[in-house]
Design a protein around this ligand. Structure first.
Ligand SMILES: [Zn+2]
Length: 326
């Protein structure tokens, strides 16, 4: 059985699916799903079909556009991480003997009843060491997802992060791994971004204060910090807590030419319609107080490509007096 330190180290070194800067949440979401299964006391190995539906929903909600199409990749590719020390597969030889690059199709994974799970020594440690599941899950969440989404993702996979979390009482165990992927946050980033936008949400103008302190206002990274986005004003937006979450979910983005707020066609405003969130669609953001502080095109492009849920809503039909979006 592996020790807690060894297990945390293993999960701190998962290879990113693609190049740095490209956001691929497939592997971490699969790991979180598998951790939740361990926490519920379910069997070590699971057939692909049993997690297929949940992976699809998770990627549709928390992944970039179209990422659900490749939802089966990590089920196969995670087995090559750490030379098989993180994930093991079982199934007919004709499939398992393939080269790592020859990913089976969705249909093959179903047809051949391919199963996977944590290797025995990792699985045992996760089940036997109190608090280890929570420590690994927290490490994975913090490494791959923005703070706005971590709680929602844990809830969606059914992970209970509170239960027994204090049990792993040596704090040094839960820090220090995966730091190659994690960078320090600049503690001044929030202040600089909020000041740039004069302490209001650049989408809706929300600017409540408690005394002198802004309340419910956050500095969002346009290119997420944990995938290389720098702590500089051109990579920041001052957003109220609601718009920060919607932005990180890819419900809207900001286009680079005129800095207009563009909502996704997947965002449906329900009964509030144009009086609700969609009233902001097509509006320019409240500009920062200096042109040097404006959002930079490269970071907006990253957000549109990796987070925004395409396709975008049309602008002309909503804002008839404006030129069409490019
Ligand atoms: Zn707002």
């Amino acid at each position: 059985m592996k020790t807690a330190v060894e297990v945390l180290e293993l999960f701190g070194n998962i290879r990113r699916a693609q190049n740095a800067g490209v956001y691929a949440p497939h592997k971490p979401l699969l790991i979180l799903l598998a951790l939740a299964r361990v926490q519920r006391g379910e069997p070590r190995m699971v057939e692909f079909t049993a997690v297929d539906c949940q992976l699809k929903q998770m990627l549709a909600e928390f992944g970039p556009s179209n990422s659900a199409k490749s939802r089966h990749y990590p089920f196969w590719h995670l087995a090559t991480d750490g030379h098989g020390s993180i994930w093991s597969l079982s199934g007919p030889r004709e499939i398992l003997n393939r080269s790592a690059g020859a990913t089976p199709s969705l249909g093959e994974l179903r047809e051949y009843h391919i199963r996977a799970g944590f290797p025995v020594d990792v699985d045992e440690a996760l089940r036997c060491i109190p608090g280890l599941v929570q420590a690994v899950a927290t490490q994975v969440l913090e490494t791959y997802f923005p703070a706005t989404l971590q709680g929602d993702i844990a809830a969606a996979v059914g992970l209970d992060l509170e239960r027994g979390a204090e049990a792993l009482d040596a704090p040094s165990l839960t820090t220090g791994y995966g730091n190659a992927q994690r960078r320090r946050r600049d503690p001044d980033f929030r202040d600089r971004v909020l000041r740039a936008y004069e302490y209001r949400c650049c989408v809706c103008g929300f600017d409540l204060r408690i005394g002198h302190m802004p309340a419910g206002l956050e500095a969002a990274h346009i290119q997420w910090h944990h995938v290389g986005g720098p702590d500089i004003e051109p990579n920041g937006l001052s957003l109220c807590a609601l718009h920060h979450k919607l932005f990180d979910l890819g419900v809207f983005t900001v286009e680079p030419a005129e800095h207009r707020v563009i909502f996704s066609q997947h965002a449906i405003a329900g009964s509030r319609g144009m009086e609700g969130e969609l009233q902001f669609h097509g509006n320019p953001i409240h500009a920062p107080q200096h042109s040097d502080l404006r959002p930079a095109a490269e970071f907006l492009a990253w957000n549109t490509k990796n987070v925004f849920k395409t396709p975008a809503r049309q602008i002309t039909s909503l804002m008839p007096n404006r030129p069409a979006a490019r």
